[in-house]
Design a binder for this molecule. Structure first.
Ligand code: DER
Length: 224
């Protein structure tokens, strides 16, 4: 459908920034899926890169497509990452974590020189917060974290999957927190960073270097 076409054209634009011998962060989700397909094609045609996956799903996909990987724990720096987002604003702040991969995505983004976000036109918002903020929580700390989220006027709900708690690649749970529209993403991100038991949250503030958005049959690039 139209959204898939927009994801695909954004992905095709993004892979043009990859250089020979780059270390490439590989994102997670349905938009990043298109980028990984494109990268696999380039690798078949001689592109030499090493991929750093942001999830076990992405690692398995990359291996199945013949993309050579490096384990995240061995990586000291990443040249370029192509990843998706659940929401983005014109200041390039993002909400991520819809797919539950936010912790590794944030480590990869933090190690990355050129963090490129690809998105369909439905992801652009004036203000973040329509999408609940995913928070990865160490299960032992769940009650404490829920209390702390409530102190920040967030209503946290444990993410379920197949009638059980969703479990991340890092063996934690996800709390989706509804803060309503977010007026101060930087401040909220800093507050969330301070809650013991929160491994990661889905507010990616000033981590993206550009967003490539598919719009109809074109792409629009948002950059700082
Ligand atoms: O979970 C994630 O962070 C994904 O990148 C998500 O934000 C985007 O997933 P989508 O491309 O399937 O919409």
């Amino acid at each position: 459908d139209n959204r898939d076409l927009e994801k695909q054209i954004a992905a095709r634009e993004a892979v043009k920034f990859i250089r020979q011998n780059d270390i490439v962060g590989l994102g997670t989700g349905s938009t990043a899926f298109f980028a990984i397909q494109e990268i696999a094609l380039l690798v078949k045609n001689g592109l030499k890169i090493k991929g750093v996956p942001t999830s076990e799903n992405t690692a398995a996909l990359a291996v199945s497509l013949g993309i050579e990987l490096l384990p995240l724990e061995e990586v000291k720096g990443i040249d370029i990452t192509i990843d998706g987002a659940d929401e983005f604003d014109e200041q390039l702040n993002l909400v991520k974590g819809g797919g539950g991969a936010l912790f590794r995505e944030k480590i990869v983004a933090s190690l990355t020189k050129n963090e490129i976000i690809i998105a369909d036109s439905g992801k652009l918002v004036k203000q973040l917060g329509k999408f609940k903020v995913p928070v990865e929580v160490v299960p032992l700390a769940l009650n404490y974290v829920l209390q702390q989220l409530a102190e920040l006027n967030g209503k946290g709900e444990v993410r379920m999957k197949d009638n059980a708690r969703f479990i991340t690649d890092n063996h934690n749970i996800i709390v989706d927190a509804d803060f309503g529209l977010i007026t101060d993403a930087t401040g909220l991100a800093e507050s969330l960073n301070r809650i013991e038991g929160v491994l990661a949250h889905g507010l990616f503030v000033q981590l993206a270097s550009k967003v490539i958005m598919g719009k109809g049959t074109q792409t629009i690039i948002y950059a700082k």
